[in-house]
Write a protein that binds this ligand. Sequence first.
Ligand code: C2O
Length: 347
Amino acid sequence: DPVATPDMSSCGPPDQLPPSANVLTCCPPPSSASPVDFAPPANASSSPLRTRPAAHSAGADYVAKFNRAIAAMKALPADDPRSFAAQASIHCAYCDGSYSPDGFPGLDLQVHNSWLFMPFHRCYLYFFERILGSLIGDPTFAIPFWNWDAPDAMSMPAMYTDQSSPLFDPRRNGRHVPPKLIDLDYNGREPRFTDNQQVDHNLRVMYRQMISLSPTPSLFFGSPYRAGDDPNQGPGPVENIPHGPVHIWCGDPEQPAGEDMGNFYSAGRDPLFYAHHANIDRMWAVWKGLDPRSHTDLTDPDWLDASFLFYDEDPKLVRIRVRDVLDMDRLRYRYQDVPTPWTSARP
Ligand code: C2O
């Protein structure tokens, strides 16, 4: 059976927090109504296509608009499910043991380290983006993606590093500001690469994770995780690397648990999280495009019918299933088309 929608009334203290975390609850604000089933945007005219831009090449007008949207979200009180604080807590709730899968009170629900990783985060970004758009009255608004897989985008995008911006987070690694290039398989030790070597290394990492290690859907998405299973059955190659290392590279090593980006409970507090995850989400689409005949979504009903709870922009509580989010056209968003030079970087 699929991992069932968590029962919100069972949301409790997160029992997987690092000892240093000063957090009592990650539960979403309660809803008086029961969840409604997700319905995709009705049609193209009521829901224009949103094109997520590459963060490094976004223009000043876009950056100003995005700043306004995040500022508006941060201005909402924490008990509003659309607030930045509540959005950040979603990650903690689904990743640090606040929920048990419905029917299994003794188990923690965990959306990482399994085939739920890609679809859960797609849902998360989908609602986050729509809330931002609604706060600024722009139904075309789309969040940016940080395409760390391209040579000209391997530093932290500048819009996030302006200390006067709501996109800034002080809990980051102070040595990893632009023009420092990211190391896509960073393990906490600084590699001794020249910039050219780092770019070359990163492209080979991408080739290895996206192509060599991901020839089939079951390898790409990660291990099955079904009702009653212990969590953490095993991540897919992209969740493992570069997803994890990018988190660690961004977080502040001076903080006890690598906050913010370097730990599940705090990662959603850094606005950069959503740009990182937009690129992870884009990798799902890129992977499918690399070989449309064999790179398909999974067809196992236990994957397709797994479901999660989110608040939408109204805000109303929505139950969304994996099968609802396989088609980006249907969700009315896409990614700006940018090069993927690692496809020819065979190690
Ligand atoms: Cu839910 Cu990047 O982790």
